[in-house]
Design a protein around this ligand. Structure first.
Ligand code: GAL
Length: 384
């Protein structure tokens, strides 16, 4: 008995000292990798696309932070193509990944890959977008996605002057003509964003403050497959020709993502909305966004787009790395939400980060002072 205790204690001391010198040897893990040093562990990072800056920033931040911990990183982008992503994840598994961090294109398309991962004892961290319909999702790192939608709706109202401390009570009563956009239906987040936004907007639609001229208020009517900018531009063009051809003006557009916002803004500009300095031009409607992509931050700085929601990808990457480290050390990562994210098979323990709304006046304090973008990048609208 005493010998066993002594051995256990010695094991604990060894584990602690390994942990203290940066090795990942402590504990006995679900990954089966807990006896290896970080240098001998490789982590597969699967990201959806490089067509959006945010995922490039996410990929870079995750890679950089994992490498700082000593891990080998296999970072792959799937070009928004589901078979490419399934193939890349398959390959990560066959090449012996010790953990996976995955931002899925289609939240339901990876079940068989995740089964292989589970069979090989590889922990899976779902990154920003929840992977659905699989038991084999071990952890979820994201933002408070319902709160994102609420913030977008509030930003729309603030821009319109419906809810704005600077606007005297009763000055702006509407009705305001608005149109609604949602993200890709196969992305779990799109539903959270839309539900969050509608929790704020629906009562104002019901009381007539907001008028959705097209009548399109259901998520499947307003969704945008793969979050494509061109698709949003096309839908906005169709809305303008279909519902605003009698001189009715658009006052605001709920857009859940900066890429969509840019498509929407292009359609509005092509239809004559824009700066009012030139006679006859109609004011640009209030357009919301998300991700603080640099091209959109410039548009906000220029007074074209009204707002975005900033989600600090550096902090998200940090949480993904903390979770991966925990699994590879044989521990469970610490969740701050164990109720919200039911993926259809189980409630996935989650770590959710807060978000910040950014209007023009917030660019300096929120995005530049924090080092997310430099003042030069904001002016040029280009990263780097
Ligand atoms: C969502 C993500 C948003 C936005 C969008 C389009 O899953 O939460 O921040 O990036 O995808 O890429």
């Amino acid at each position: 008995m005493s010998k066993k205790l002594g051995l256990t204690a010695a094991g604990a001391v060894l584990a602690l000292s390994l942990a203290a010198c940066g090795g990942e040897g402590a504990g006995s893990g679900s990954s089966g990798s807990s006896d290896k040093a970080a240098e001998d562990l490789s982590i597969g990072v699967s990201m959806p696309t490089q067509t959006s800056e945010r995922w490039i920033a996410d990929g870079n931040a995750v890679k950089k932070q994992l490498e700082k911990e000593g891990y080998t990183v296999d970072l792959q982008y799937a070009n928004d193509d589901i078979p490419t992503q399934t193939q890349q994840v398959d390959q990560m598994i066959t090449q012996g990944a010790d953990a996976l961090i995955v931002a899925a294109i289609d939240g339901t398309a990876l079940s068989s890959q995740l089964q292989s991962a589970a069979d090989a004892d590889i922990p899976v961290i779902s990154y920003d977008r929840l992977i659905r319909d699989s038991e084999n999702v071990d952890f979820y790192v994201s933002f408070d996605n319902f709160a994102v939608g609420v913030a977008q709706a509030n930003a729309l109202l603030t821009g319109l002057g419906v809810k704005n401390d600077d606007v005297p009570e009763g000055t702006e009563t509407g009705p305001f003509n608005v149109e609604l956009f949602a993200g890709s239906l196969d992305d779990n987040n799109a539903h959270f964003f839309f539900d969050g936004a509608m929790s704020v907007l629906q009562p104002l639609i019901d009381d007539g403050t907001l008028v959705v001229t097209s009548g399109q208020t259901k998520i499947d009517q307003v969704a945008t497959l793969r979050w494509q900018q061109e698709t949003a531009q096309k839908r906005m063009e169709d809305l303008l020709t279909g519902s605003y051809n009698d001189g009715t003006l658009v006052d605001g557009v709920l857009s859940p993502y900066d890429g969509l916002s840019r498509g929407i803004i292009t359609a509005l500009q092509n239809a004559g909305y824009g700066p009012t300095t030139e006679g006859g031009a109609q004011p640009m409607p209030i357009v919301t966004g998300q991700d603080a992509e640099i091209a959109s931050v410039k548009l906000i700085d220029d007074g074209v787009q009204s707002s975005t929601i900033f989600k600090d990808t550096r902090l998200l990457a940090e949480q993904a790395v903390i979770a991966a480290k925990a699994f590879l050390s044989g521990d469970q990562p610490e969740a701050n939400d164990t109720e919200t994210y039911d993926n259809g098979k189980k409630v996935v323990p989650s770590y959710l980060l807060p978000v910040q709304t950014v209007f023009k006046d917030d660019i300096q304090s929120v995005l530049v002072d924090s080092g997310y973008w430099t003042a030069e990048e904001v002016t040029s609208g280009q990263a780097g």
